[in-house]
Design a binder for this molecule. Structure first.
Ligand code: GTP
Ligand code: MG
Length: 357
């Protein structure tokens, strides 16, 4: 095994986790690494490492611990018990859910995040209840907390059902809107978070969509009509960015928003060519596209940030450009127009009808 590669990958994943936590509002006061041949199934970390963390918490006054590895409910409970109940223990998925909750602006976005958080909580409750019922089984009675857990679970399920009903109303409205602009083909911008999708939308359309050097600046979809040449117009759809291992609850909750992607005539995959790990990011995006059932859609690659990329050569596929300096945008418009005219009327006729999923 190439441990050098592993270390680089680990450093990248840690840096990304820190960026996610910071964007969710956290201050990072320290980091710790444990190298183990295998993960402890009950606490994730070895007991020596846990007491090291407890010391670091005392010293820094931290009130939360974030793990890069996914935490099972049982592991999280054990860690919280050992570190003290006022220390929140969470994994990367929870950080991403928090970040989405902090950034959601529209009522639809907020509803979607709440559904994702509830689903996540329900999954964690099930784990906790398993532990309790095992305890209960041991002494021949039902676990003392079990009834409450069942009630909690029921309450969560009811709330999810209610929220999903509200969301389906919003989704229907969105569907109507889509139908009303069915004569203009839609190009969906997809890409890893922070790749420059919103910047490219702004550069192509003159819009002033929020752009920031932070993950998940965009959560709610934005649509802008752009002129590609004197005959061809398209609607550009800017949506939420992807990351590797996007929590499955989030993908499910954002399915309606991501319908723009599934429904689009053409995908424009924006890759940050200045990022040394663009290849890994590209694969993560392609994995989410497959997860959404959009893996076979016509796709053009926009190699963005070439102003900041050293020695960049795009090769044959895609267009090298910079949303910042405007380099390559003339070529991009021409390539998009050509792709749409090649599709002919099919480019406009790909809208799904209501009821079809
Ligand atoms: N140097 C350089 N920076 C760029 C370019 N395009 C975008 N950026 C910067 O990259 C950062 C992210 O840009 P956004 O447009 O917000 O990226 P996004 O893909 O929409 O990101 P999310 O919505 O957070 O997923 C910002 O700091 C931009 O200023 C470019 O062509 N060159
Ligand atoms: Mg954006």
């Amino acid at each position: 095994m190439d441990t050098g590669d592993d270390r680089v990958r680990f450093d990248v994943e840690m840096a990304e986790l820190e960026a996610l936590a910071r964007a969710a509002g956290a201050d990072i006061v320290g980091r710790m690494v444990q190298r183990r041949p295998s993960v402890d199934p009950s606490t994730l970390l070895g007991s020596g490492k846990v007491s090291e963390i407890a010391d670091a918490i005392k010293e820094s006054g931290a009130d939360a611990v974030v793990t890069l590895n996914p935490l099972r409910p049982r592991q999280r409970n054990a860690l919280e018990k050992q570190l003290g109940q006022d220390i929140a223990v969470m994994d990367r998925s929870v950080v991403i859910l928090d970040l989405f909750a902090a950034h959601a602006r529209t009522s639809e976005g907020k509803l979607q995040v709440e559904v994702a958080q509830l689903r996540h909580r329900a999954a964690n409750l099930i784990g906790a209840s398993d532990a309790l019922s095992r305890l209960g089984g041991g002494i021949g009675t039902r676990g003392p907390g079990e009834t409450k857990l069942e009630a909690d679970r029921r309450r969560i399920r009811l709330r999810i059902t209610r929220l999903e009903k509200e969301l389906s109303v919003v989704a229907k409205r969105r569907h109507e809107q889509r139908r009303s602009r069915a004569s203009t083909p839609v190009i969906a911008l997809v890409g890893y978070t922070n790749a420059g999708k919103s910047s490219l939308l702004n550069a192509l359309s003159g819009a002033k969509v929020f752009v920031a050097d932070q993950p998940f600046a965009t959560l709610d979809p934005t649509l802008r009509k752009v002129r590609l040449n004197d005959r061809i117009y398209a609607v550009l759809a800017d949506t939420v960015g992807f990351v590797s291992d996007l929590p499955k609850e989030l993908v499910a909750a954002f399915r309606a928003t991501l319908e723009e992607v599934v429904d689009a005539s053409l995908l424009l995959h924006v890759i940050d060519a200045s990022n040394p790990f663009w290849e890994r990011q590209r694969h993560a995006v392609e994995a989410v596209l497959r997860q959404l059932g959009a893996g076979d859609k016509p796709l053009i690659i926009a190699w963005n940030k070439i102003d900041a990329a050293e020695d960049f050569s795009a090769g044959v596929d895609g267009v090298a450009l910079s949303a910042k300096t405007g380099a390559g945008l003339v070529k991009l418009r021409a390539v998009l127009a050509a792709a749409l005219s090649e599709m002919g009327p099919a480019a406009k006729g790909r809208r799904t009808s209501p009821g079809a999923s």
